[in-house]
Design a protein around this ligand. Structure first.
Ligand SMILES: Cc1cc2nc3c(=O)[nH]c(=O)nc-3n(C[C@H](O)[C@H](O)[C@H](O)COP(=O)(O)OP(=O)(O)OC[C@H]3O[C@@H](n4cnc5c(N)ncnc54)[C@H](O)[C@@H]3O)c2cc1C
Length: 269
């Protein structure tokens, strides 16, 4: 769900509402992601969401930006790797979902890696951000469940998965995780991967009718004997690889999967 209304039923969003929501935040800062709906909806959403300021934004390539969100509302929250945040977009009750790469609960800081794939609200938000901007978000909330994940890990994904992969790098599983990504433009993504410490990841370039997935499957099946598979990114790729792994007798308990996007759809989670 990309609608922020999906968060209204979530009790944890009520728990520390309005934490850090101060008058200076609301009046002095440029707020590119502040919802523009009517007064009642706006009041409700501001009651439920947390504000953050953009402490840093770095353009890693034409389509990738790393973004640091900061604020009192980010302090003391329970975050675990794999969780998501949903950032309110410029108009309507809509949000786009991103995966924290890290979360410093003492300093009240989290870092995201956004892939601006096109012209959707999330892509425009990431491309247009400036240091000092304000945004509003739900979360962190449950998403990719990694509770059963045991080393060795094989993480498969795409450009939208670089953030979760980076989170793995900072975890106890860092030394025992292998990364494999399907990408559209390796000349762009390889330097981005190197910049976030994933220079040893394997990238496989997409080809017509997903023919490249045969190579991904072959490589993953070669490693299938003992690994736990974390599958993220494009829904149809996850489905196909999941099927291939199950056909090779990989138990479902050795797979954690979360689709991050699908052609023609918005807000899968
Ligand atoms: C749990 C979760 C965690 C996520 N974490 C991240 C993250 O850390 N970083 C990140 O960059 N993204 C992440 N995503 C994916 C991101 O939320 C989507 O790509 C989102 O659709 C982008 O919003 P948009 O407004 O730019 O495009 P939308 O308006 O949502 O999409 C418009 C259309 O663009 C196409 N599209 C969407 N995403 C892509 C894509 N990646 N590549 C090619 N075409 C696409 C689809 O056809 C879609 O219908 C995550 C998604 C989920 C569900």
């Amino acid at each position: 769900m990309d609608s922020l209304s999906s968060g209204l039923a979530c009790p944890q969003d009520f728990s520390d509402r309005r934490k850090g929501l101060t008058a200076p935040h609301r009046t002095q800062m440029h707020e590119p992601s502040k919802p523009q709906q009517g007064p009642v909806a706006r009041m409700l959403l501001q009651w439920l969401m947390r504000p953050a300021s953009i402490a840093a934004v770095e353009t890693l390539s034409p389509h990738f930006r790393s973004i640091v969100l900061e604020g009192d509302a980010l302090k003391g929250l329970a975050w675990t790797m794999g969780q998501k945040i949903q950032i309110a977009m410029g108009s309507g009750l809509s949000a786009r979902t991103y995966t924290p790469m890290s979360w410093d609960t003492e300093k009240g800081r989290t870092k995201l890696l956004a892939f601006a794939h096109g012209d959707g609200p999330g892509s425009r938000w990431a491309s247009g951000l400036r240091e000092g901007d304000l945004c509003w978000f739900f979360g962190p909330r449950r998403s990719l469940d990694l509770s059963a994940a045991k080393a060795p890990i094989i993480l498969f994904g795409d450009e939208t998965s670089f953030g979760i992969a980076s989170a793995f790098r900072g975890s106890r599983l860092a030394d025992d995780t292998t990364y494999m990504f399907e990408v559209s433009d390796a000349a762009e993504t390889n330097p981005v991967l190197a910049a976030i410490g994933l220079g040893r990841a394997t990238s496989i370039v997409r080809s017509a009718e997903d023919a490249h997935l045969a190579a991904v499957e072959a490589e993953l099946l070669r490693l299938a004997a003992s690994a736990h598979f974390v599958l993220t990114g494009k829904a149809s790729s996850i489905q196909r690889i999941g099927r291939a792994l199950r056909a090779a007798n990989v138990a479902r308990s050795r797979m954690s999967a979360k689709a991050y996007w699908a052609p023609g759809k918005t807000g899968l989670d």
